[in-house]
Design a protein around this ligand. Structure first.
Ligand SMILES: [Cu+2]
Length: 227
């Protein structure tokens, strides 16, 4: 049996009469694929804003072709005022009117937002991920009384999600210091507990250590070179 998949343009929503279509057709034929599209940004943080600004600056789309969702009213006001785009509080409302969905959420939000918008995605919609830290590398720091062991010897610059595991009998934490400047400190964790520390590491020399009592001097210190 023959099955036909229709990939025609999705129905347009929220069309306003002030579209800049003529400019797109006259001046920028190459932008035609975007000229009829509505783009939703889900999780409209810094990454999404950079893309919104670029799309508008390049006249790839008109402001009313962009719908940004953000839970905070102040952020919505700011985006609307600055870019003249449409804003909504609810991710699903943004996805429902979009031909193209830009995901700009934090990695730890991906599962939740995926469950939320996943069922609402339609055939023909394009979903693009600009998830900040999608390249986040995983690193495990295993702590004991009194040592720190890392599961990688060499680190390259980038975002890290460090899983800190306490295999000792005392309470520990993990501090990350660069040239004497504290970059990040984890929660204090008891025996058998673990926590995650997010940190961006540029190339340089770092010291990973436990900041509790005299633990650093007792051996809970590790020099780390990031290239
Ligand atoms: Cu400690």
């Amino acid at each position: 049996m023959e099955q036909r998949i229709e990939e025609g343009p999705a129905p347009r929503h929220g069309t306003s009469p002030t579209r800049f279509r003529s400019r797109a057709i006259l001046g920028r034929m190459s932008t035609a694929p975007l000229s009829e599209r509505t783009i939703a940004t889900v999780g409209s943080g810094v990454m999404a804003e950079a893309m919104i600004a670029g799309l508008l600056r390049g006249e790839l789309v008109a402001p009313d072709q962009i719908v940004a969702s953000h839970p905070r009213p102040e952020r919505r006001d700011q985006l609307r005022t600055e870019y003249g785009i449409r804003v909504v509080a609810d991710n699903v409302d943004a996805v429902d009117v979009a031909d193209i969905v830009l995901l700009g959420i934090k990695p730890q939000m991906l599962a939740r937002v995926g469950r939320e918008i996943g069922p609402r995605l339609r055939r023909g919609q394009v979903v693009l991920s600009v998830i900040a830290g999608a390249t986040t590398a995983a690193l495990t720091a295993t702590e004991a009384d009194f040592s720190i062991t890392l599961d990688k010897d060499t680190l390259t610059a980038g975002s890290y999600a460090i899983t800190v595991v306490n295999n000792g009998k005392a309470t520990h934490d993990l501090a990350v210091e660069e040239n004497g400047t504290m970059k990040a400190t984890s929660d204090k964790i008891g025996p058998g507990e673990s926590t995650t520390l997010m940190v961006d590491l540029d190339a340089g020399e770092y010291v990973f250590y436990c900041s509790i009592d005299g633990h650093r001097a007792m051996g809970m210190e590790k020099t780390v070179t990031v290239t």
